[in-house]
Design a protein around this ligand. Sequence first.
Ligand SMILES: [Zn+2]
Length: 255
Amino acid sequence: MNNYVTEAINLKSYSLNDADKIVVMYSKDNGLIKGVAKGIKKPKSKLGARMDLLVANTLQLLKGRSMDTILQAQTINHFRKTRENMDKLMISSYVSEVVMNFGEGSESASKEIYELLYKALSRISDSNDKKGMLIAAIKFQLKILLIMGFCVELDTCLCCGERILNEDMYFSTTMGGAICKECNNALGVRLKMNYKIRDFLQAMLQFDFNYESDYDKKATEKVCQVCFDLLDDYIKIHTNKRQKSVKLLKELVKV
Ligand SMILES: [Zn+2]
């Protein structure tokens, strides 16, 4: 009766004592949850690698007064290819951190967020190059902003509401969208955005993770990096907490 079953992805873990760890997970049914993984530090632990970070499991948990206990775990996806590639690992850590920072209070959207996180991690894991990983991350950024009610405005100017056609515009990371040339004379946003980048972002928001459009094919790694950075700036404003992995990611990109 006090047991429940849910799918969850491991986001973070910390030590509880000599034998046990606490694992923070994003679950399909209850949003962010914490569970004690008993005996996980012992060599013969039955949970073992299933409780490693960025693993998706079907879990059986025992409800506790302050914290639940993980009784059983069956792995759905270990995202194996991610573990062999530093870029994949960094970008996967980034998406999991965004979910953790948005996670509290997101229970009503937990199924959508869980599925988005799962798709993003799968796509990153299966990517053949850096551009593919960044496209997965951009899709994830745009879609989680939409779910959380902070959708990026790309069609019309955030100030005057006029439709922006195929012309230069500016992108405000504080306001989360496009500003027309005229309005920007007063605002002075420095980030100029070509309408082709806007069209690319719109496509990324609309298309599913598994659909590879012409936009995916035409985009360069550099364009993807620019889009990733500007969306990340906007996400940071709404999550407050610093995204540690992004700092690391940016360092890696410079190498
Ligand atoms: Zn305007």
